[in-house]
Structure formats: structure tokens, C-alpha cells
Ligand binder design. Structure first.
Ligand code: PEP
Length: 255
């Protein structure tokens, strides 16, 4: 991570919270969490709730927002889909690509994820590229191979733009299992080396790499102390304003 990049605390709400609940959350969270100038906080509500969330946080420019997924094309006859350019019009900063639930449930493979990352960059939004291995892949000793394959596919499609990545071991998402600090540190090192291999030293040094997988108030400080962990992507524990506020306000120690 460059000296200028601040740790990022990102909330993935998945298919939870319609516009009314998103607005209500924004009010509660704003009163529980005071802006910390040394970190960034971003929310990924369902697409239908984005406008309500952005409106409800107008007075809080420190609270950023992003979309959970975009279509891989600029526009067209794709009923139900949303393009990155449309998402950018709502006043967002970020867009996720390649979340494991998209890969598993909707067939987002490496080629599709790469195409989505390109559309996100074209739109002016910042992509967070999610990568990670399944339990079977980890047990088969394929951790490096899987991460390298996912990373190289994206790097081969973009033009050297610095990217934010989220390393999320699939077996730790929504399961209550968290990678140990050693496991997270090892995986983040593999990710940074794979970026170095696929895109060069400058890209690797400037890459922001988040950890995701059952992050909660009880493990956030341990995870943020791992060298190479530049922030977190939080699912379940981001749905409650008090819980997520305590994660975002965690001590960053000597970072
Ligand atoms: C996620 O959805 O990206 C995630 C990490 O979920 P959870 O924190 O619930 O494991």
C-alpha cells in the first residue's frame, strides 16, 4: 500500500436492507461513528437502496458508497442489469467485482470479472476485485495457483491502473470461520507477489489489499495488525450500525 492510502473499512450488505432500512441505518451509523481522518469507510447496499443511502449520508462525505456488481457491457438489452456508467451517476465511489457469491451463484468467471473491472474503470468508479480460494482448493494445496490465476486474468485486461483487491477465503465468508493472522498474512503476501508478477513492482506496492471473511469486533484489531492487510470487507457484521461502528473505530495500533 502506498504511504498515502488510508485503511479501508468496507461494508457489503449483500441482499439485505431496502431503501427504508438503508436510510435508517445511515442515520444511526452517522450518530455512532464520528469521521476518522486516518481511515476510509465505504458501504455497498443493494443497488435499489443506493440512492436512498447516498441521500441520507449527504452531510457525511467521509462515508462512501459503491455498487455490489455491474454488467460487463456499457448498455444494451440486458433486462434487470445495471451498468457501471449508470452506477456512477448516483454519486458512488466504488464497485465490487468478482465477489465469491457472484462467482458461485451467477457464474462470474475470471473472464467476466475482468470485463466488469474494465467497465468499472471506464466509468470512473474504483473497482474492488474480490479473489479467494475455496476450502477444497486450499486443502488441495492450490492457494497460490488460484489467487495467481484470478489476479493475472484481471491484470491482463487492464491498463496498469492501481487496483483495490479483497482477499476473501471462500470458506470464511458467512461461516464464522476467520483466517488466522498467519493465514491472512501468508495469503496477502501471495496476492502482492502475484500482482508484482503480473503488473510490476509499482502496481504491487500501490495495491490496496483488504481481508474479508467473518470479520467482527472481536478480531478486527488482530487482522488490521497483520502486515499487508490494508483494510477489511465486512458482510454479516456490517448489518448492525453499532457493530460496524465499533469495527470502523478500531485501534490501528502502530500502523
Ligand atoms: C463478504 O460478504 O464479503 C463477507 C466477507 O461476509 P462475512 O463478513 O459475513 O463473512
Amino acid at each position: 500500500m502506498t504511504a498515502r492510502a488510508k485503511p479501508l473499512f468496507a461494508a457489503n450488505w449483500k441482499m439485505f436492507k431496502g431503501p427504508l432500512e438503508a436510510e435508517e441505518f445511515a442515520g444511526s451509523f452517522s450518530s455512532l461513528y464520528a469521521a476518522h481522518p486516518d481511515r476510509r469507510v465505504a458501504f455497498f447496499p443493494p443497488a435499489i437502496s443506493l440512492e436512498a443511502f447516498v441521500r441520507a449520508t449527504e452531510q457525511r462525505p467521509d462515508l462512501e458508497a459503491g455498487i455490489q456488481d455491474v454488467h460487463e457491457e456499457v448498455d444494451g438489452a440486458h433486462t434487470g442489469a445495471i451498468s457501471a456508467l449508470m452506477a456512477a451517476q448516483v454519486g458512488l465511489t466504488w464497485a465490487l467485482a468478482g465477489h465469491s457469491e457472484r462467482r458461485r451463484e451467477f457464474g462470474d468467471d475470471d473472464a467476466l470479472v475482468s470485463a466488469k473491472v474494465c467497465r468499472i474503470l471506464d466509468s470512473g468508479l474504483k473497482p474492488i476485485v474480490c479473489i479467494g480460494e475455496t476450502l477444497e482448493e486450499r486443502e488441495a494445496g492450490m492457494l497460490s495457483e488460484v489467487l495467481e490465476r484470478q489476479i493475472r486474468a484481471v491484470l491482463a485486461s487492464v491498463d496498469g491502473e492501481p487496483l483495490t483487491w479483497a482477499y476473501e477465503p471462500v470458506w470464511a465468508i458467512g461461516t464464522g470461520l476467520t483466517a488466522s493472522p498467519d493465514d491472512a498474512g501468508e495469503a496477502h503476501e501471495i496476492v502482492r507477489e502475484a500482482i508484482r508478477g503480473g503488473g510490476g513492482g509499482e502496481l504491487a506496492d500501490s495495491a490496496v489489499i483488504l481481508y474479508g471473511g467473518s470479520v467482527k469486533p472481536g478480531n478486527i484489531e488482530q487482522l488490521m495488525a497483520v502486515p499487508g492487510v490494508d483494510g477489511v470487507l465486512v458482510g454479516g457484521a456490517s448489518l448492525d450500525p453499532e457493530t460496524f461502528a465499533s469495527i470502523c473505530a478500531c485501534s490501528l495500533g502502530a500502523r
